[in-house]
Every structure is written in C-alpha cells, then in structure tokens.
Design a protein around this ligand. Structure first.
Ligand code: AHM
Ligand code: MG
Length: 286
C-alpha cells in the first residue's frame, strides 16, 4: 500500500461513513453528561461520529494512530502504521440544535501526533449541507465531490481554487472581546465584503472556497489562544485553503508553520484569499 493508497483509503472511509453520520444525527441532538478534552459539552452525535470514524480509520492498514477532538489521547492501531489521522468528527455540532450546517474534518499526518503542520500529507472535509459534499486536498490539488446515499464519491470539481474577486467574510467571537487592531481590520473588510457566519467552520470556509473572502476565529481578550484547535481544525483547513491557492495565518504566520506542543492546543485561525490574510497580519502587527 503506497502513501497515496493510504490517503485514498482514509478519504474513502470518511466518505463511506458520511451517510451513517448524517442518518444518526436526528436521534442524537441531546447532550451527554461528559465534556470533551477542551471543555466543550459533548452531544451524543459527537460521540457517535467519533466512535464510527475511530473504528473505520484504524482498520486501514498503514494507519498507526487516531486522535480526535473528542478524546484525551491518541488511540494506537493494533499493527504499526506510519500514517496518523487527526479528526474533528462533527465540527460545528452545536448547530445540530438549530438544524444548521456541520461537517467532519480529517488530516493525515506522516508523523505521530501531535505533529507539525508540514507533516500533513493530505486533508479533507465532509459538509453536511442540503447535499453532502467532500473537499479533499492532496498532492497539490483540491477536489470537490458529492457523496451519494451509498457513501461513494462523484467528483464535481477537479481543481478547486479560490475565486479572484472575493465577496464574503465571517469572524467568530464577541466583538467587545476582539483586540482594537483586529476590530479596525474587520471594519475595513466589512466595507468590501458581505458577512456570512454560520457557526460551523467547515460551512463558513466552504463559502470562502466558493465565493472568495476570509474566515477567522481570532484570539479574544479572555481567551488569547482563540477557540479552534490547531491539530484537528487549524492544520487541515489551512492545508485545504493553501492548496486551493489561498493563505492561512495564526495572526503572524501560516498555520502550517506551527508545531503544537499538545494534542488539544488552540490557535487563532484565519484562512482565505491571500490579500485578506496579508492585510490581517499587517493590521495585527501594527
Ligand atoms: P466544535 O468543533 O466543538 O463544534 O467547535 C468549533 C466550532 C467551529 O466550527 C465554529 O467556527 C466555531 O466553533 C463557532 O463558535 P461560536 O459558537 O463561538 O461562533
Ligand atoms: Mg470543530
């Protein structure tokens, strides 16, 4: 099994699980009595998607470990494998209550986790929108597919790139918690682009991939490290957007330059057209 066969097996397993995840949502809108390792309340749906993906991804021959937002530590495969998968099984799951968009995010690393952004070999997400789609980045190309009821993919876009005339933006966190520099930057962006914020990063980033623009969750006054997690959300989404010709940043440099010290480390996160990412870094450094 080559590296590219392993990546394909991971994408295939994630796509095959998508109809099961989706079908399982309606009956799992209730909260469990547990929190995940970063203190978010867990929905029954988070736990269900996590267990499904763990089982199916660890079955893949060269996958040596599975880590997810929903678990404290890495689960090792029984047999050794040189690829390690980091997963956000249900990104934006708090949208389940209001029946809005959510997704599944996956990163394939060639080093044991927590690994550096540059150790990511491929990444992808499933978007549970009105239709179920999957966007993958590997070997320099971003592809979009529609996932059928049987979990198979039909490619609809072979070389997805960010449009050159951006139109949308969305930023997380409460405005009074933003730094003055960031608030000043957003004022200029809001004059040029229209607001699209749905509360699920994958949905919001998919709008940026479709229309061009910028999405971000900044560091906040009472939470300078921001909300989103580097390994499960930051690296994979940065890898997808950068492969699609855009940029990513933690406020200072590409998210792919960062090396997490711990599995659940958080980071300020920005992805989108390079022009907007560059202007953001300039604003935050001033
Ligand atoms: P989750 O992975 O626990 O669902 O949390 C991440 C989500 C992102 O999808 C989204 O961008 C963000 O949290 C929304 O947060 P907020 O509710 O503060 O806007
Ligand atoms: Mg998430």
């Amino acid at each position: 099994m080559t590296a590219s066969d392993t990546v394909e097996a991971v994408f295939k397993a994630v796509a095959a699980s998508a109809p099961d995840v989706r079908d399982g949502l309606a009956g799992r809108r209730v909260y469990e009595s547990t929190d995940n390792p970063t203190g978010d309340r867990q929905l029954a749906a988070d736990v269900y998607a996590d267990e499904l993906l763990e089982e199916r991804l660890l079955e893949i021959k060269r996958v040596g470990g599975y880590a997810s937002e929903e678990r404290e530590s890495v689960i090792e495969a029984e047999a050794e494998g040189e690829y390690h998968v980091a997963c956000d099984p249900l990104d934006g799951s708090s949208n389940l209550r209001s029946n809005n968009t959510m997704g599944t995010l996956v990163g394939v690393y060639e080093e044991p986790l927590p690994a550096a952004g540059r150790d990511l070999v491929a990444s992808g997400f499933v978007l549970y929108g009105p239709i179920t789609t999957m966007v993958t980045a590997r070997e320099g190309t971003v592809t979009e597919s529609v996932i059928g009821d049987d979990g198979t993919r039909r490619t609809v876009e072979t070389d997805l790139t960010l449009p050159g005339a951006p139109t949308v933006y969305g930023f997380g966190g409460r405005v009074p918690q933003w730094s003055g520099e960031f608030a000043g930057y957003v004022e200029t962006v809001a004059e040029e682009l229209k607001l699209r914020y749905g509360g699920a990063m994958i949905g919001d980033v998919n709008q940026v991939l479709t229309y061009g623009g910028i999405f971000g969750y900044p560091g906040l006054e009472d939470r300078p490290e921001g909300k989103l997690r580097l390994l499960f959300e930051g690296h994979p989404i940065a890898h997808i957007v950068e492969t699609a010709g855009g940029g990513s940043s933690d406020g200072e440099r590409s998210l792919l330059e960062s090396v997490p010290e711990s599995l659940h480390e958080r980071t300020p996160l920005f992805v989108g057209n390079e022009e907007y990412v560059d202007r953001l870094e300039a604003a935050l450094s001033g």
